[in-house]
Design a protein. Structure first.
Lengths: 140, 400
């Protein structure tokens, strides 16, 4: 399963997660982005890096297009923004039962049972995410 | 009861319902499917004007129609293009003055960038033609320019304010996505032909992604916007033009909402007969609220904030003032993915008089920002309904 998810992450700009793949044993970092949000664009490379670095530790990085464009347009924008982690479908987001954030960028950290363990507002970098994961005891 | 299937009847007024002391009518706008990003405005003669965008895969088209008596005029194309940067929060504005109209849309600077400009076109009643669109700012910098508001002025002039990212390209050092210069707030007065008559920088460091709003008080124009301080306090500020000079911007109320991000939720201001009201969204401590303040001195000072909604709201507010002096505020009430377009009415002391549900919609960004306009003691509300994948502009009229 991990190999499959890793492969998905590498080709995320043209792929989608199946709802069932969100029900696994992974912690999830859910990053809301928008093409018109400057700080979102700054943190994207950090999440690209984290998606590769954290996958072996059972942590998935996934994205949500805050603007809710249709799937085709969302994937075009994700590609344009060089997002290499999976972008969730509206069905994926609905399954996670997340409240759309009031501020961009916002990143949620979800436990394997999809409960929200952290809500991070503003641009994040890898050190900030590592620190929050450590605080949550992820990877211990 | 879902009234929207009745649209097929072709009636201008779909239904009239009595809600508290108000009559609410659902109007049938001449917009059609795949339409969104609508605005309403009422001109000095009391005529309602509606603008909206029809979007296809490649093309965005901006249309206008007005309500004459109980009939809509045929939709008229204002402009269209394949290079617009419209989105649910930053979308075209229409303003109607004594001898014409002005409209704008965000136009990409070039393909392959996030940069866009404010393109505006101007309509003269005597020629019945829209001018060739022009970029209203002359900085020539490829950056973000948008979140426009417009005000009609006398002699066919239009006051326009916008967020201007020219300084965000002045320094290669980026901090949280913003260059050290930061986003600026600018404004100008434009002639009926669209030439720049005056232009100012109103604030050199503001929030990047929130709508601006402006109103004409008895003392002159005022502009409200979401400010940004060095320590990331993003409260609602106002600046006023007094005897040709802009006042130092001040907070209408100090929420002290510290947030290193974009709320994408700008304030709204309205003014009439010496009364000025400013409504805004805030979410300090992750607690969403809609509030408003009232000024009896054209925005120089404000009373204490009045709470309109909290917890179950994602803001997206619009404000208007009735001839009675009552204040109308629209906002979205949210419950998960569902939402309601709400309209509340207050007296001049901030006492709640009525709270109406205009319609159900989605809390989705695709439902956009409802906009209201008032005339006499009527309030017109426009919003986007989402029917499956089909956005559809709606309009309602509430008579108080």
């Amino acid at each position: 399963m991990k190999i499959l998810l890793f492969a998905i992450a590498l080709v995320a700009n043209v792929s989608a997660l199946k709802a069932s793949e969100l029900d696994d044993k992974s912690w999830k970092i859910v990053n809301y982005w928008s093409k018109s949000c400057a700080p979102c664009r700054v943190e994207i490379p950090e999440f690209n890096y984290l998606s590769r670095a954290l996958e072996p530790f059972g942590v998935m990085v996934v994205g949500v297009n805050f603007d809710e464009d249709n799937r085709k347009k969302t994937l075009q924008i994700a590609e344009f923004m060089d997002i290499t982690f999976p972008t969730l479908t509206s069905q994926n987001v609905e399954a996670l039962n997340l409240t759309p954030p009031a501020v961009l960028p916002t990143t949620y950290i979800l436990a394997p049972d999809n409960t929200v363990k952290a809500k991070l507002i503003g641009a994040q970098d890898r050190q900030m995410i590592y620190a929050k994961l450590a605080e949550l005891g992820v990877g211990k | 009861m879902n009234l929207w299937p009745l649209l097929a009847t072709g009636l201008v007024i779909l239904t009239v319902s009595k809600v508290n002391a108000a009559d609410m009518e659902l109007l049938q706008p001449p917009t059609g499917a795949q339409t969104s990003l609508s605005r309403v405005t009422v001109d000095a003669k009391g005529q309602l004007h509606l603008s909206w965008v029809k979007a296809t895969e490649e093309l965005n088209s901006l249309y206008h129609a007005s309500l004459t008596g109980e009939s809509w005029t045929a939709p008229k194309l204002i402009g269209e293009g394949e290079d617009w940067f419209v989105n649910w929060a930053d979308f075209p504005f229409l303003s109607v003055n004594d001898s014409g109209m002005a409209a704008h849309w965000p136009k990409k600077s070039s393909s392959g960038t996030y940069d866009y400009n404010v393109a505006a076109t101007f309509y003269r009643t005597e020629t019945r033609r829209w001018s060739k669109p022009r970029i209203i700012h002359d900085d020539g910098v490829s950056a973000e320019h948008g979140f426009v508001s417009m005000l009609p002025m006398t002699e066919g002039r239009t006051f326009i304010t916008w967020l201007d990212g020219r300084n965000t390209r002045s320094d290669a050092t980026q901090v949280d996505g913003h260059a050290s210069g930061g986003m600026t707030l600018r404004a100008g007065i434009f002639s009926g032909e669209g030439s720049t008559m005056e232009e100012w920088e109103l604030d050199g460091f503001v929030c990047d992604c929130c709508q601006t709003s402006s109103a004409m008080t008895e003392s002159g124009p005022v502009v409200v916007y979401r400010n940004r301080t060095e320590d990331e306090i993003r409260d609602t500020y106002i600046t006023r033009m007094i005897e040709g000079r802009w006042t130092k911007p001040v907070a209408v109320h100090r929420d002290n909402w510290q947030v290193a991000g974009c709320p994408v939720n700008g304030p709204s201001v309205a003014s009439s007969s010496g009364l000025t009201a400013v409504a805004w969204f805030t979410a300090k401590a992750d607690m969403p609220k809609v509030q408003f303040v009232i000024s009896q001195d054209d925005g120089k000072t404000f009373g204490d904030p009045v709470l309109v909604a909290e917890e179950s709201t994602n803001g997206r507010i619009s404000v208007g003032i009735l001839d009675s002096g009552d204040i109308a505020i629209s906002w979205l009430e949210t419950h998960g993915t569902a939402a309601k377009v709400m309209l509340t009415r207050y007296d001049q002391q901030g006492k709640l008089k009525e709270k109406l549900t205009i319609a159900g919609t989605k809390s989705s960004r695709r439902s956009g920002f409802p906009v209201i306009a008032s005339h006499d003691n009527e309030v017109y509300v426009t919003w986007t309904d989402i029917l499956g994948e089909q956005p559809q502009v709606r309009v309602a009229r509430v008579r108080f």
